[in-house]
Ligand binder design. Structure first.
Ligand code: ZN
Length: 205
């Protein structure tokens, strides 16, 4: 059962409906919610009046004990983020977790995919940065999609002209990025933080 409800409002016709919402999703205890999240269905609400699909975002903590992953989907209130960071820092047993603030459901899905592929999100940000530079698409919003094939080709998606494009890059690009992360203490992350393109831009010279 859902923890609570939120009021969803249709962006097309304005109809409102009270829909179930969650405070915390534990990937081990709620595997069906993890699946819904990864399929992009968890935050999707279809308006009963006009049939429009709406993205309904609300604050949510995602916890995967197996991956030692904690993701906080924030509504961007700094005080709430600071309180959440304090709570996580003081919680026993979370010291070796990757704890991240994400701003969108899409980012949350990406972080889960990266962790479940056994990859590191800091190295992935560098990998995406390098790929964007090579393609001359530095403004594009690249996201990790999945690994492909025996040579573990890295598939990234990015939106262009209203469609989702997929581009593949060699695993060696990721390995080089992981090497950079290992050699640079300033790329080490602690506590509940954002790790995204803007964060990386602030850390590379
Ligand atoms: Zn509607």
């Amino acid at each position: 059962m859902a923890d609570r409800t939120v009021i969803a409002r249709c962006r097309r016709c304005g109809a409102e409906e009270e829909i179930p919402a969650w405070n915390i999703i534990n990937a081990q205890e709620n595997p069906e919610l993890r699946a819904e999240l990864l399929e992009g269905k968890l935050f999707l609400w279809t308006c009963p009046r006009c049939g429009a699909d709406n993205l309904i975002k609300y604050p949510l903590l995602y916890h995967d004990p197996a991956q030692k992953l904690l993701l906080w989907l924030t509504d961007g209130v700094p005080e709430v983020e600071a309180r959440m960071a304090e709570t996580i820092a003081s919680e026993e047993g979370l010291q070796d977790y990757s704890a991240r603030i994400v701003d969108t459901p899409g980012e949350m899905m990406e972080k889960i995919k990266i962790a479940e592929a056994g990859l590191d999100d800091v190295a992935m940000e560098i990998c995406k940065y390098v790929t964007a530079q090579e393609m001359g698409k530095t403004d594009a919003d690249f996201k990790f999609f999945r690994l492909e094939g025996a040579d573990r080709r890295i598939l990234l998606t990015y939106p262009e002209s209203g469609e989702m494009q997929v581009v593949g890059t060699g695993f060696s690009v990721y390995e080089d990025a992981a090497g950079i992360v290992g050699r640079n203490p300033e790329l080490a992350v602690h506590g509940l933080v954002r790790v995204n393109a803007a964060w990386l831009a602030g850390h590379i010279r």
